[in-house]
Ligand binder design. Structure first.
Ligand SMILES: *[C@@H]1O[C@H](CO)[C@@H](O)[C@H](O)[C@H]1NC(C)=O
Length: 182
């Protein structure tokens, strides 16, 4: 009975850890781990990367580049489409820029270097609204994009609430096991 009583707070901790790991904000290096913010080899490379990820509020993106020769401009949709660098919402040139996606909806980024945006160094990120947040990062909420890709298996996105849940659960079990032994 005493053992059972001591288990209850442990289980509470396990459940708490599991839930918090589901809603944890994630950080993404733009283009993938080895890719940097530079003129891509194919023009829509950055957006192809972004389309595979379900960004949620408070996730962040990290852009890596040479701050002497390049920069990141956050711009309006209009400026994104026309590669207009003249009036950015925000600009960064520190070479390792972390931007928190603090609201839902689209974010637009272009390179501040001459002609880079025209060559495809641009990125659109759409953050899901809180309404779509029905259970962590994994569920496939309806996408605003009309392109539904049935042919490829979904890429193993780093967003994976399931494995976080599992890890939290296993960690919790370990804690329970240790406490039960004491
Ligand atoms: C670029 O944007 C600025 C400010 O938003 C605007 O005044 C200018 O006309 C735009 N330039 C072009 C080429 O569209």
């Amino acid at each position: 009975m005493a053992l059972l009583k001591s288990l209850v707070p442990c289980l509470a901790i396990v459940i708490f850890l599991s839930i918090s790991s589901l809603s944890e904000a994630k950080e993404f290096v733009v283009g993938g781990k080895k890719k940097s913010w530079e003129v891509p080899s194919s023009p829509d490379e950055f957006n192809k990367w972004a389309e595979k990820i379900r960004f949620q509020i408070d996730d962040s993106i990290v852009l890596k580049y040479d701050g002497k020769s390049d920069s990141v401009l956050q711009v309006s949709e209009e400026s994104y489409k026309t590669c207009n660098k003249s009036n950015p919402i925000k600009s960064y040139n520190d070479g390792n820029t972390k931007i928190t996606l603090d609201r839902s909806g689209p974010f637009y980024f272009i390179s501040g270097a001459e002609d880079h945006c025209q060559k495809g160094q641009k990125l659109e990120i759409v953050v899901l609204s809180a309404n779509h947040h029905s259970g962590g990062h994994s569920p496939a909420a309806p996408s605003p994009s009309p392109v539904v890709n049935h042919h490829h298996a979904p890429a193993p996105a780093p967003h994976n609430g399931g494995s976080g849940l599992k890890a939290g659960f296993l960690g919790g079990v370990a804690v329970v096991g240790i406490l039960a032994l004491v």
